[in-house]
Design a protein around this ligand. Structure first.
Ligand code: NAD
Length: 346
C-alpha cells in the first residue's frame, strides 16, 4: 500500500508516520509537509533513511504541485494532518488558517479525485462542535451540530463540510476522525503540556488563563494513531468517528500535576487574561468507534503524562531548537504586557 501523509513533520503526523512504518513495514509512506514553523524534520530523524519512507516539502494548497505529486506517486491512501493548528495564532492571523485548513484540504480532495484513491482520511477535531458548560451532562456525538467559536475551529469545521461534500457529490471514499486533545512526544512547545513542562524544567513561570478551570479531554497520541489505523482498515466510507478517552482534566489540574511531578514550587503558576473566544469544555461521545471498530484507548493518563514528561527531559536538544520559532504573546489581547515566557531565550 502507498500512503501520502500530509503534515507528517508536525506533532501527530510524525507520530503517525513512525507508527505506520512500524506496524505496516511493507507499505510506502510519502510525507508531504510545507515545514512551517510547526514542521520539524528532526521529529523523524530516526526513520529518515528507511527505503520505504520519502519526504517531500510542499504546500497542500498548491494545486499544481499536489496534482503532480499524486500523479507521480499514485497513493492508495491519503491521511490529511496538515493544518495550522494553534488556536491562539488563529486569533492573530485567521486568513492563514482558512487558506491552509479549508483551501488546502479542498486542493487535496481535487487531486484525489483526479488520481483516485482507496481512502481519503481527514483529521479533524472535537473543537468543531463548539463548547460545553463546565457542569453540562452532554457529550458531543458525531451527529451533534457544528458550532465552532474560534477561527481555528471554524476553519476545521469548514474543511469537514468540504470533505463530506466531496463524498456526497463525487463519491470520493472519505472518512473523518474528530479527536480530543492529544499529548505525547514531539509536540511543539507552544501547546499547553509541552510548554508548561519545558518552562518548569527551566524554573520559569507557567502562565495560565484566568479561566483555567476550563477542561479538556486528553488522549495519548499513540492511541489516536491506532484509531486512525482502524478507521482506514474497517471504517465505513462517508462516516465520521469521534476519538476520545473520556479523561477530562482542567488546565489548573494539569499545572498542579506537572508542578508535583517535576517537584517545583507553586509560585511558578501565574495568570493572564483569557484568549477571546476561549472554549470552556469539550467532551466527545466515542461509543461509535468503540462499538463499530473495537477501538479503546490503552494508555492511562497518569502513566502517559509521566512518560511524556520523561521524554521532554531526555530530548532537550529536540525542543530547545524550536523555542525561538515565532513565539506568540498569549497576553496580546489582554492586560498582560510581558513577553512570551520563552522570548528571552532558554
Ligand atoms: P502541528 O501544528 O504540530 O502540525 C501541523 C503540520 O502541518 C506541520 O508539520 C506543518 O508544517 C504542516 N503544514 C502546515 N501548513 C501546511 C501546508 N499548507 N501544506 C503542508 N503542510 C502544512 O499540528 P498537530 O497538533 O500535529 O495536528 C495535526 C492535525 O490534527 C491538525 O489537522 C489538527 O487540526 C488535528 N488535531 C490536533 C489535535 C491536537 O491535540 N494536537 C487534536 C485534534 C485534532
Amino acid at each position: 500500500m502507498k500512503l501520502i501523509v500530509t503534515g507528517g513533520a508536525g506533532f501527530i503526523g510524525s507520530n503517525f508516520v513512525r507508527y505506520w512504518l512500524k506496524h505496516h513495514p511493507e507499505d510506502r509512506v510519502l510525507n508531504l509537509d510545507a515545514l512551517t514553523y510547526a514542521g520539524n524534520p528532526a521529529s523523524l530523524a530516526d526513520i529518515a533513511d528507511l527505503p520505504n519512507y520519502r519526504f517531500v516539502q510542499g504546500d497542500i494548497a498548491d494545486a499544481e504541485a499536489m496534482n503532480a505529486l499524486f500523479g507521480e506517486f499514485r497513493p492508495d491512501l491519503v491521511v490529511n494532518f496538515a493544518a495550522e493548528s494553534h488556536n491562539s495564532r488563529a486569533v492573530v492571523d485567521p486568513t492563514l488558517f482558512f487558506r491552509t485548513n479549508v483551501m488546502g484540504t479542498q486542493t487535496l480532495l481535487e487531486a484525489a479525485r483526479k488520481y483516485p484513491v482507496r481512502r481519503f482520511h481527514h483529521i479533524s477535531t472535537c473543537e468543531v462542535f463548539g463548547d460545553l458548560d463546565l457542569d453540562s451532562p452532554e457529550m458531543f456525538r458525531e451527529d451533534s451540530p457544528y458550532r465552532p467559536n474560534t477561527p481555528y475551529n471554524a476553519s476545521k469545521a469548514s474543511a469537514d463540510l468540504v470533505v463530506h461534500a466531496y463524498h456526497k457529490t463525487f463519491h470520493l471514499p472519505v472518512t473523518i476522525s474528530n479527536c480530543a486533545n492529544n499529548y505525547g512526544p514531539y509536540q511543539f512547545p507552544e501547546k499547553i503540556i509541552p510548554l508548561f513542562i519545558t518552562l518548569l524544567m527551566n524554573d520559569r513561570p507557567m502562565t495560565l488563563y484566568r479561566q483555567s478551570l476550563n477542561r479538556r479531554e486528553w488522549l495519548h497520541v499513540e492511541d489516536h494513531c491506532r484509531a486512525i489505523d482502524l478507521i482506514l482498515e474497517k471504517g465505513r466510507e462517508g462516516q465520521m468517528y469521534n476519538v476520545g478517552s473520556g479523561i477530562e482534566k482542567s488546565i489548573e489540574e494539569i499545572a498542579d500535576l506537572l508542578l508535583e511531578a517535576l517537584d517545583k514550587p507553586r509560585e511558578l503558576k501565574t495568570y493572564v487574561d483569557d484568549r477571546p473566544g476561549h472554549d470552556r469544555r469539550y467532551l466527545l461521545d466515542s461509543s461509535k468507534i468503540r462499538k463499530e471498530l473495537g477501538w479503546a484507548p490503552t494508555i492511562d493518563f497518569d502513566s502517559g503524562i509521566r512518560n511524556t514528561i520523561q521524554w521532554y527531559i531526555e530530548n532537550r536538544t529536540w525542543w530547545k531548537a524550536l523555542l525561538q520559532r515565532n513565539a506568540l504573546d498569549e497576553g496580546e489581547w489582554g492586560d498582560f504586557k510581558g513577553p512570551h515566557p520563552w522570548k528571552s531565550g532558554p
